[in-house]
Design a protein. Structure first.
Length: 154
């Protein structure tokens, strides 16, 4: 790996670390900003980096919901959708990066649907389940379908 690419990989890791620190300190909007930066860089470099950044983002969304901060989970999803939309508008570098970006968008949609306030969320459970099942089929490791079902039971 050349030095420039390694610097970007290090930047992604740093932003993820900053996001985790922000979440631990109760600063979800700062976490969203850091994750948006990490995902934005990752989705322009390599599909595996995009998947790793998405994994961190899904984890953050789940943490916010577990803490009862549904609004922050919704804001997180929206902020990251904006990053993906920006990259898509400029054009994806490769088809693989585009597919990774679309998978990230769907995973974040599930987080966003669960992050809606309680009244709206009830109307979106079936959509969240369907999207979660589709994402899990492709990703194989995020466990969104099971997670959504666990949220319904709460």
């Amino acid at each position: 790996m050349n030095t420039e690419v390694q610097e970007y990989v290090n930047l992604i890791a740093l932003r993820v670390q900053e996001a985790n620190t922000a979440l631990n300190e109760g600063r979800p909007d700062d976490a969203a900003e850091s994750l948006a930066q990490a995902l934005g860089v990752a989705l322009q470099l390599h599909p595996q980096l995009g998947l790793e950044a998405t994994t961190q983002t899904v984890s953050a969304g789940k943490r916010l919901v577990a803490a009862g901060d549904y609004a922050a989970a919704d804001r997180l999803a929206r902020a990251l959708h904006a990053v993906i939309d920006e990259i898509a508008a400029r054009g994806w570098r490769t088809e693989e990066l585009q597919m990774t970006g679309e998978l990230a968008r769907e995973a974040l949609s599930v987080i966003g649907l669960v992050g809606l306030d309680a009244g709206q969320r009830e109307l979106n459970w079936q959509t969240a389940r369907e999207r979660a099942a589709e994402v899990d089929e492709v990703s194989g490791g995020w466990g969104l379908y099971e997670w959504v079902n666990g949220q319904i039971d709460k």
